[in-house]
Write a protein that binds this ligand. Structure first.
Ligand code: DGP
Length: 116
């Protein structure tokens, strides 16, 4: 997959609009188009990585930066004290539909466990 085929690469390039709420050198966060909670934000790396299966040891810092971004977005959105969920789906059976890794940040309601 090239950047031009990837929806999230196109959002990163500004070719497709998104409601961006946080940016860092390595990550971008924007509101999910189909929210599953009052707050539903997607945090993506600026570099295209298709799935978790494609990660290398050298990507550890990049993946960590997604969680640092999640913490900051949760604070911005007022979720830090009550709690929130982070999820990264890998592959079709887990529900991954966009093949550029992304961390879902969901908050503002109660969540069940185990997830469906
Ligand atoms: P997943 O199913 O884990 O791959 O999550 C993909 C998410 O991406 C899903 O919750 C819907 C969201 N999404 C799909 N297309 C767009 C889009 O064009 N803009 C935004 N903001 N979100 C999108």
């Amino acid at each position: 997959m090239t950047a031009s085929d990837c929806l999230f690469c196109r959002i990163l390039e500004g070719e497709i609009p998104a409601d961006v709420i946080y940016e860092s050198d390595s990550a971008l966060a924007f509101r999910d188009i189909n929210p599953q909670a009052p707050t539903h934000v997607l945090i993506i790396p600026r570099r295209h990585i298709t799935t978790i299966n494609d990660l290398d040891a050298g990507d550890a810092e990049l993946v960590g930066s997604l969680f640092v971004a999640a913490k900051e977005v949760a604070r911005q959105e007022g979720l830090a004290d009550d709690g929130y969920r982070t999820v990264m789906n890998c592959g079709e059976e887990a529900g991954q539909s966009v093949f550029h890794i992304h961390l879902h940040l969901l908050g503002g309601r109660l969540f069940n466990w185990p997830p469906g």
